[in-house]
Ligand binder design. Structure first.
Ligand code: NAD
Ligand code: IPM
Ligand code: MN
Length: 343
C-alpha cells in the first residue's frame, strides 16, 4: 500500500497535545499515512518573522493529500493577521469552501439538556468557509478619536453561496435547514435566499426549511433533534458550531473538515482553539482532533477505520475513560491511549 502524505500543522497550545494523539491513533490503525509535520508553523515563528506560513510551506501543504491541523492562537499574539496567515489562508487559497462540522451526542450523560427526549443531537453544520465577514475587506478611519470608524464588509457571491447550499442539499439525510438573517441583512440575505431556492428546486425529494439565525440558536437549544443538515454563512456557522458542540457533549470532542468537494482536498481540525487556559496541564481532550482524523480517513476511502474510531470514542466516553471536560479523570495522552485500546 502506498503511503498517503498528510501535512500536519500542530500549531499552538493544546494544538500540539491533541495532534500528537490524532497522529498516534491514525498510525496505530496502519492506514498507510505518512506525516509531514510542519512544527515551525506557530506563534513563535509569527512573532519572530511576521509570517507563520511561508509560501513554500503553503505549497508543500497543497501538494500533500490533506492537512491535519491542531489549533492556532497564542495570547502573546493580538494581531488577527496570524490566524489569517495560517488558517484562513489555507481555507481561502485552497478554496476549501465547505466547513463540515458534524455534531452527534457522544453520551446521554454529557448533554446539558434537562429533557432526555431532546438530547439525541445528530446533525451536521455546513458552514460557508471562504467568504462572508472573513474576507478582510474594510478599513478604519479617524483612529484614536471619538469619530473612529471601523468597517468590515460582508461578502456573499452567487457562486460561493450556490455551491455551499448545493453541497448541503446533496449531503442531506432527512432535511436541510438554511439559516440566514435575511430579515435584516438585505443584500447578502437576499442572495442567500435566491441561491437557496434555485438549488433547492433541483432537490425535490429533500425536505427543506429556513430559519433566521436567532431562532435557529434558540431551536438548537430547545430541541436539537429537529435538525439534520444546517447550511449557513461563515460567521453564523462559526457561532452555531460551538453552541451545537456543547450540546453534543463538549467543544473538546467536536471535529471538522474544511473541504473542497470538487477537488477532494481537505484540512481537518478540531473545532476548538489552542485553549491557553489549559495548555500544558494535560487536561486537553484529544477526541476532537482524533475524530477530525476520522473525517480525513472518510475522505481517503478508509471508512471502516473511521467508523472504528467513532465507535471507540463512544465506548471510552461511556466508560468514563476520558478527560475531565467529559467527566473523566484521564490526562490527554491517557485518553488517547484508552481510545486506541478500545479500537
Ligand atoms: P478555545 O476553543 O481555545 O477554548 C474555549 C474553552 O474551551 C476554554 O475554556 C478551553 O479550555 C476549552 N477547551 C477547548 N478545547 C478543549 C479541549 N480539547 N479539551 C478541553 N477543553 C477545551 O477558544 P478561545 O479560548 O476563544 O481561543 C483560544 C485561541 O485559539 C485564540 O487565539 C483563538 O483565536 C484560537 N482559535 C483557534 C482555532 C483554530 O485554530 N481552528 C479555533 C478556535 C479558536
Ligand atoms: C474556527 C475558529 C476560527 C474561525 C478562528 C480561529 C479564525 O474559530 O475554526 O471555528 O472563526 O473560523
Ligand atoms: Mn470557531
Amino acid at each position: 500500500m502506498n503511503d498517503v502524505t498528510i501535512t500536519v500543522i500542530p500549531g499552538d497550545g493544546i494544538g500540539l497535545e491533541v495532534t500528537e494523539q490524532a497522529m498516534l491513533t491514525l498510525d496505530g490503525l496502519g492506514a498507510g499515512l505518512d506525516f509531514d509535520v510542519l512544527d515551525h508553523v506557530n506563534a513563535d515563528t509569527f512573532l519572530e518573522t511576521g509570517v507563520a506560513l511561508s509560501d513554500e510551506d503553503f505549497e508543500r501543504a497543497g501538494r500533500s493529500e490533506g492537512i491535519l491541523l491542531g489549533a492556532v492562537g497564542d495570547p502573546r499574539v493580538r494581531d488577527p493577521r496570524y490566524a489569517r496567515d495560517v488558517l484562513l489562508r489555507l481555507r481561502f487559497e485552497l478554496d476549501l469552501y465547505v466547513n463540515y462540522r458534524p455534531v452527534k451526542l457522544l453520551h446521554d450523560q454529557l448533554s446539558p439538556l434537562r429533557d432526555p427526549a431532546k438530547r439525541a443531537i445528530d446533525c451536521v453544520i455546513v458552514r460557508e468557509n471562504t467568504e462572508g465577514l472573513y474576507v478582510d475587506i474594510g478599513g478604519a478611519l479617524r483612529r484614536g478619536s471619538v469619530h473612529e470608524t471601523a468597517i468590515d464588509t460582508e461578502v456573499s457571491t452567487y457562486l460561493g453561496v450556490s455551491r455551499v447550499v448545493e453541497f448541503a442539499l446533496s449531503s442531506a439525510r432527512r432535511e436541510v435547514c438554511m439559516v440566514d438573517k435575511s430579515n435584516a441583512v438585505r443584500h447578502g440575505g437576499g442572495l442567500w435566499q435566491k441561491c437557496w431556492h434555485q438549488a433547492a428546486s433541483r432537490y425535490p425529494d429533500v425536505r427543506r426549511k429556513h430559519l433566521y439565525v436567532d431562532v435557529a440558536a434558540m431551536r438548537l437549544v430547545a430541541d436539537p433533534t429537529q435538525f439534520d443538515v444546517i447550511v449557513t454563512n461563515n460567521s453564523y456557522g462559526d457561532i452555531l458550531s460551538d453552541l451545537a458542540a456543547q450540546l453534543a457533549g463538549g467543544l473538546g470532542a467536536a471535529a471538522s473538515a474544511n473541504i473542497n468537494p470538487d477537488t477532494g482536498f481537505g484540512l481537518y481540525e478540531p473545532v476548538h482553539g489552542s485553549a491557553p487556559d489549559i495548555a500544558g496541564t494535560g487536561r486537553a481532550n484529544p477526541l476532537g482532533a482524533i475524530l477530525s482524523g476520522a473525517l480525513l480517513l472518510d475522505r481517503i476511502g478508509r471508512t471502516a477505520e473511521a467508523d472504528a474510531i467513532r465507535k471507540a470514542a463512544d465506548d471510552v466516553v461511556a466508560r468514563g475513560r476520558c478527560t475531565p471536560d467529559m467527566g473523566g479523570e484521564l490526562m490527554t495522552a491517557q485518553a488517547g491511549a484508552a481510545l486506541r485500546a478500545a479500537l
